[in-house]
Design a protein around this ligand. Structure first.
Ligand code: SF4
Length: 389
């Protein structure tokens, strides 16, 4: 068993990228069709109106979509490591083109200029290592395709369903397990959601609906509110859970209108945000999370264990402390999902257990996340401890 690192090792080898910048129109514009007001029976969708773009939408529209621009912004254009790797990219092309650079300015402001090993930068900077073909790394590592119960519906676990609300995100995380998901096959317009709502209404054991994607908070308040109200109208649903990275990478999304929408629901809203490093919980992100918590929305964090980014005790303790200090509870620490192109983020198999053991010595129990792995076909997230037995 290897010793548990307590502070970041050199990330030099991991920052090995000089891929060409690409632009991808993966962020679907937050527009919506105008539709007449209508009666809104339980479990059905009414129409929504058209509004001017909000501040968060304007910030999303101006997010950085070029690797070169990102590096220039951080004073890293011409960095020796990155220059050296340009030749690699020229020789081999770059597989990340289909999942291009996308990072909002707020997130960039939390990176350290001039640091090629910055843990936030590493999460979003396309890397030639994404081209590597590695045994065991596949396009659908968590069995999403096999769990598709209806258009837009993944039904894996008893009592819960997950809706693929959109393919859009506010950031492109290089380790994303859904980077190859066929979003084009899922509902686009509000009316397209009716079969999913019918499925939930007919499945009386479903008490929790998880809005995922992509990122559900890229939907406009009108569209998100409409979907939530339709779900809220299904009597046996008791909770709506939002899996989102927007409060972390685009904190302006936590608007008064969003909070009002969440708090107007009959069901309990639960926000599961996704931060991987304590450095993310700063400034406007910290304020946005506090607004969620202080408004009464249960807010949890899930992180992914990533080599060279948060694979030390110090990094994990800092993340947990920064979260609990503002009332966000550490929920899950995920072992990396083995998606094609993410092999360079994988840690030693026993490292996660060592880290949570070491965290337990430094933190109160409630601040230590559960270390889990999503195993395709399993009926719940699997504790890594159980896999190790
Ligand atoms: S925000 Fe979530 S869904 Fe979007 S790229 Fe990142 S990990 Fe994937």
């Amino acid at each position: 068993m290897s010793s548990v690192p307590t502070s970041p090792a050199s990330n030099t080898a991991a920052v090995n990228s000089a891929a060409r910048a690409t632009t991808q129109a993966a962020v679907q514009p937050a527009t919506q069709s105008a539709a007449p007001e209508s009666a809104h029976p339980a479990g059905t969708l009414a129409g929504v109106g058209t509004t001017e773009p909000e501040r968060w939408q304007r910030q999303l529209a101006t997010a950085i979509r070029s690797r070169d621009t990102l590096l220039q912004r951080l004073g890293l254009a011409g960095h020796p490591q990155l220059v050296a790797l340009s030749a690699t990219e020229k020789n081999g092309g770059h597989a990340a083109d289909a999942f291009g650079t996308l990072v909002p300015e707020s997130f960039v402001r939390r990176m350290v200029p001039g640091d090629a090993c910055d843990p936030l930068l590493r999460q979003v900077l396309p890397d030639p290592a994404e081209q590597a073909v590695v045994d065991g790394f596949v396009s659908d590592p968590v069995g999403d395709a096999a769990a598709r119960a209806a258009q837009g519906v993944l039904h894996k676990y008893q009592g819960r369903v997950l809706l693929i609300t959109t393919g859009a995100c506010a950031v492109h995380c290089r380790y994303c397990f859904r980077r190859n998901y066929p979003y084009h096959a899922e509902p686009k317009r509000l009316a397209d959601w009716q079969p999913a709502l019918d499925y939930i209404a007919a499945s009386t054991d479903i008490s929790e609906v998880i809005l995922s994607g992509g990122d559900p908070l890229t939907l406009t308040d009108d569209r998100l509110g409409e979907l939530c109200r339709a779900i809220d109208g299904i009597a046996h649903v008791q909770r709506i859970r939002f899996h989102t990275r927007l409060p972390i990478v685009l904190p302006a999304r936590v608007t008064d209108e969003l909070l009002a929408c969440l708090l107007s629901l009959r069901v309990q809203p639960i926000m599961v945000v996704h931060a991987n490093h304590g450095q993310e919980i700063q400034a406007d992100c910290r304020e946005a999370l506090q607004r969620l918590v202080r408004s009464g929305v249960v807010t949890l964090n899930q992180a992914v264990l990533l080599a060279g980014i948060n694979d030390t005790v110090d990094a994990q303790v800092e993340l947990s402390e920064n979260l609990i200090n503002i009332g966000v509870m550490p929920y899950y620490l995920h072992q990396l999902d083995r998606v094609t192109g993410a092999a360079h983020f994988e840690t030693d198999s026993d490292l996660g257990l060592q880290l949570v053991d070491a965290m337990a010595e430094r933190l109160p129990g409630y601040a230590v996340p559960k270390l889990v792995k999503e195993v395709a076909g399993a009926h719940s997230k699997t504790p890594v401890e159980k896999l190790a037995r």
